[in-house]
Design a protein around this ligand. Sequence first.
Ligand SMILES: Nc1nc2c(ncn2[C@@H]2O[C@H](COP(=O)(O)OP(=O)(O)OP(=O)(O)O)[C@@H](O)[C@H]2O)c(=O)[nH]1
Length: 401
Amino acid sequence: MDEELPPPLALLLPIANDAKSNSSSIDPHQAQEGAILLPIATHITRAGDDDDDGDDDRASKSEEICGVGITIITGYLGAGKSTLVNYVLNKQHGKRIAVILNEFGEELGVERAMINEGESGALVEEWIELANGCVCCSVKHSFVQALEQLLERRDRFDHILLETTGLANPGPIASLLWIDDQLESAIHLDSIITVVDAKNLWQQLGETREAEEITEAHLQIAFADVVILNKVDLIDGGELEGPYVTGLIKEIQSINGCAKIVKSIHCNVNLEDILDCKSYDTKRFSELYKKNASFDEVAYHNPKVTTLSISGENAVDLQKVNDWLGDLLWEKGVMEIYRIKGVLYIRNSDQIHLLQAVRELYEIIPGRSWRQDEKCANKLVFIGKYLNEEILLSSFESCFG
Ligand SMILES: Nc1nc2c(ncn2[C@@H]2O[C@H](COP(=O)(O)OP(=O)(O)OP(=O)(O)O)[C@@H](O)[C@H]2O)c(=O)[nH]1
């Protein structure tokens, strides 16, 4: 690899054939899992691709977040998603909001009836309702079309709220939103907000069909950037610091050690905690570097959804990291990895490289330069099931330059 050129930016999804992607020729409606390589930015590659083919495919992406932000609001049935949408719409935030509602039944309008649109709909600039399925699976295509439709009226709003059904898995939705080339880079995923029902969370996490099977409630927490622990008035006699609340927070942290947790009653939260979070802005990841993760002690080969972090001071080779991630995310070993965030210390580069992955998709973006007072090191946080620290650590050694 030519070290003189900017390091490649990659966003990857496994493909069925070996064709190299041409970002402008891909139909977003063909975006089937495991079938098509979905481009996001100026450079797309596949783990293991030979980059020495003379193509000028190493263009780096501007780190600026562009386009209108979209917030995914997810959470188990009855947790308070519509309450949150109402809350946001009725707060003074100076934003013109478009709302996408996803309903399960064929009848449109039920979810919408739960939302206070204000006098003559003054609080909502645009509405889109997607019925008869779930955006994470059966109505994925309608979702993309809905976004395209919305973008035709882009001048009318500044932010999009997507309220999913209570049984949605946010992972596929997040992956879909990463393909913003098709949406002409007009949309960026701001964050995934998961509302949980403090009263019923234990039961929802325990609602497994089989012993080791995880529930939608686990996945919704696993993919969250912010978890709103709602309905705390219904537990611990309404005390925000009670033992039941503390136990729930520990459980949420054990599933997702990266998410911000906010306690609430009727989703009454600070808007700064949930809007314009820029959770996918890789600049924010350098915070990881400073953060002393409190979730390193996760059990070996845990069948539950957990968070695990690894770190090390050896510089790594970018191409080898691509190969490693390809194996890890696409070859589907024993581990099920839902999310990775991290900082990489790349050999022969003075820039921090920021890695994030949502399911099979990942990107590595060069960030700011290492500071003189910083110790260069790798630090990666994984959220998933059956995470095995030993395998992660030993396989990561293959990346050492
Ligand atoms: N006591 C209490 N009730 C709440 C709170 N937040 C929401 N609720 C109530 O819980 C019920 C469900 O709230 P919704 O906002 O409709 O929940 P949802 O997640 O949109 O529900 P689905 O769309 O059916 O999945 C409503 O009656 C709310 O008024 C809270 O903090 N405390």
